[in-house]
Design a protein around this ligand. Sequence first.
Ligand SMILES: Cc1cc2nc3c(=O)[nH]c(=O)nc-3n(C[C@H](O)[C@H](O)[C@H](O)COP(=O)(O)OP(=O)(O)OC[C@H]3O[C@@H](n4cnc5c(N)ncnc54)[C@H](O)[C@@H]3O)c2cc1C
Length: 406
Amino acid sequence: MTKTLLVAGGGIAGMATGFAAARAGWQATVFERAAEFSEVGAGVQLGPNVTRILQAWGLADALKQVAAFPAGLHARSMSTGEVLATLPIKDAVQLYGAPYVTIHRADLHGLLLKAAEREGVQVHSDAVVQRVDQTPDAVTLEVLQRGLLQQHKAAIAVAGDGVWSPLRQQLLGDGLPEFTGHIAYRALVAQADLPAHLRSQDVSVWMGSQAHVVSYPVRGGEYLNVVCLAEGQLLDDDANNLEALQTWNAQKSESQTLAELHHALRGACTALTDLMNACSDWRLWPLCGRPAMQGTQEHVVGRVALLGDAAHPMLPYLAQGAGMAIEDAAELAMQLNHATTEDVPERLLQFAQVRWQRNARVQARAVRNGQIFHATGPMRVARDMSLRLMGARLMDVPWLYGYGRS
Ligand SMILES: Cc1cc2nc3c(=O)[nH]c(=O)nc-3n(C[C@H](O)[C@H](O)[C@H](O)COP(=O)(O)OP(=O)(O)OC[C@H]3O[C@@H](n4cnc5c(N)ncnc54)[C@H](O)[C@@H]3O)c2cc1C
């Protein structure tokens, strides 16, 4: 059998995997269920652990054209607006060998898609992967492609089909992800439409009680991405309809969204209230997840590897979900670099052994960050005091950003 790899899902994980595998000499095909790749999404932050990989893949120039390069990450009090501490993320290049960037998800996806197609990856949209079967020698994906059921055979398959991964449910049988009790409300606003004092080219995290707001520039700095993350309940209709809300673009009625935001931001300082009032067209995303990974069996089953949110969905409080998907893709490609079709199961196991603890650690740290960002009472006072005293030392995460640096 030739060196062939099939990917279910054409999101960040799927596209990065297709591209990286093709670079490693594999013939890659990606199946995406959406009829077209649209401008969906909001912003993502990418730490130097991720941009270092994009640089190694020859994508630094493409990144430069669409990303923003903030100088600082400010931890602020939601109630007073005080900057409690600043992490000078512009120093990431010097410290970690690559920049800390903020980027629109569609721009990141677009640059990976272009790179994948340049590398000869076959990308099929309107292609729903329905199931996977395998023998010791090969895998077969059953794909409903533009209404026609087709079988595709290869040496490896990758489930990059996101947090609701149908393939994970088939392979691991561990049920659906659960609502975490956290909801993200997202808006994108042109900096030109904001009054001067609300424009920013930096990252700000405004920490309140059981809620926080993150804002940062995207699209080369022309837009500000604003996300409010709040603990809350879902209405019955939404709770019964969770998967349909995971689209990057789900909306509720404006009055309901504004009422929920108003509640989450009670007691917020004027600067933050002004910023939130300047935004419109809010999108929401009920955050669903799974417990941190328990072992290699959640990454690999025979000749099938699970990557990205399919393997390790995480709260966005460490801003590393897409980052871990890209790290997964890079490691998989490294394992496949000198692999033959016969030693695929062994190589995939190696991949899983390298990745699962890293992913579990990031998942757990994201949960902890949420507790810190949303602290109330004496915990909140202690947090603010520590940030004032220790500043950047408390905010830097060398084990995260320095990963894999030679
Ligand atoms: C509010 C918020 C903020 C975030 N901020 C950050 C951040 O700052 N930094 C960061 O790194 N990450 C961030 N993330 C996380 C990041 O967006 C995700 O971790 C990342 O997009 C996961 O990529 P993925 O490819 O695994 O999944 P997805 O992006 O969900 O892609 C899965 C793809 O598979 C397709 N698919 C599903 N089922 C099938 C099927 N049966 N057949 C074919 N295709 C299928 C879907 O249509 C989709 O295109 C954030 C997430 C949220 C919600």
